[in-house]
Design a protein around this ligand. Structure first.
Ligand code: GRG
Length: 298
């Protein structure tokens, strides 16, 4: 990392992750071909691969080798992509554009898009429970527990999505808004960091530091995303901007204003960096990734 920019680091990691993802999901021509085409269409459509990079950099910070972290990193990306496919469906956010191309249901139809999301969700846990994900069964079990909890209904992905949908078009309190963001977006980012620690065999003390770091960058990430929805173009975002205001979404700028939202995100990033600063050399990339999360709005 020393002389490498965070963008170059992410691009390098994305290449490794993309190659692993391409191997972990059946090829386009494996029957039934439609489902594999749809899974690969959404999974291999680009994306920053921030969550996999967090798995890898947290694990590397504690001495694990990048190639040993790739299965866990790919499992997180599969969950993330499943959530994007389902979130874009007409019954949810009803979006036409994702990662700069038509959404999965626009290309394959709703039924196949639902199944492609389901298939990525289940494949993630198959990968995580395989020998390659971690050398011993206990660590594999911890990985499965961490990721399933982060994708679930309690203070996590599905719970956050439910409260988000229920809050559309209504005034929300700052506390509800924070809940939505921590659960819908933060939980998976935090789990990515913690999973890197699990593969690396982190001590309880190291896991507390990674957990705090993950928690703070997770919330800051969604606040930054809210701000970008107001300030960036479709080309920059790879999805439709201005959508949040259009559907009356609960966002940080709507509740706190743009400037206060930016300031909150930046403060969380400083706190995240402070939490991992004594992890030694590995803290360098975690700090750079944390700053990257808010770079586009600072
Ligand atoms: C449907 C179960 C279910 C959950 C949906 C994650 C989510 C909850 C919805 C996706 C839409 C959304 C606004 C998510 C918030 C998180 C977010 C900003 C995702 C985009 O993540 P990036 O920027 O995307 O890392 P790339 O494409 O780079 O991977």
């Amino acid at each position: 990392m020393s002389n490498e920019s965070v963008e170059a680091y992410l691009a390098r990691r994305a290449e490794e992750v993309n190659a692993s993802l391409a191997r972990l999901v059946p090829a386009d021509d494996v029957p039934p071909a439609t489902i594999h085409k749809a899974m690969r269409y959404s999974l291999l459509a680009g994306g920053k691969r921030l969550r996999p990079a967090l798995v890898i950099s947290a694990g590397e910070a504690l001495g694990a080798k990048a190639e040993k972290l790739l299965p866990a990193a790919c499992a997180v990306e599969m969950i993330h992509t499943y959530s994007l496919i389902h979130d874009d469906l007409p019954a949810m956010d009803d979006d036409d554009l994702r990662r700069g191309r038509p959404t999965c249901h626009k290309v394959f139809g709703e039924a196949v898009a639902i199944l492609a999301g389901d298939a990525l969700l289940t494949r993630a846990f198959e990968v995580l429970s395989s020998q390659e994900a971690a050398p011993d069964a206990e660590r594999r079990l911890l990985l499965v527990r961490e990721l399933s909890a982060a994708a679930g209904p309690v203070d996590a992905l599905i719970g956050g999505q439910v409260v988000d949908l229920e809050s559309e078009g209504k005034p929300v309190t700052a506390a509800t808004l924070e809940y939505i963001h921590r659960a819908k977006t933060g939980a998976l980012l935090r789990a990515s960091v913690v999973m890197g620690g699990i593969v690396a065999g982190a001590t309880a003390e190291q896991q507390v530091k990674l957990h705090t770091y993950g928690e703070k960058i997770g919330l800051a990430f969604q606040i930054a995303d809210d701000v970008l929805d107001l300030t960036a173009t479709a080309e920059q975002l790879g999805k439709t901007p201005g959508k949040d205001v259009a559907v009356g979404k609960a966002t940080y700028p709507a509740v706190h204003g743009i400037e206060a939202s930016r300031a909150m995100a930046l403060k969380m990033i400083s706190e995240a960096c402070a939490a991992v600063q004594d992890l030694g050399k590995g803290a360098e990339i975690l700090t750079a990734l944390a700053r990257f999360v808010v770079a586009r709005v600072s």
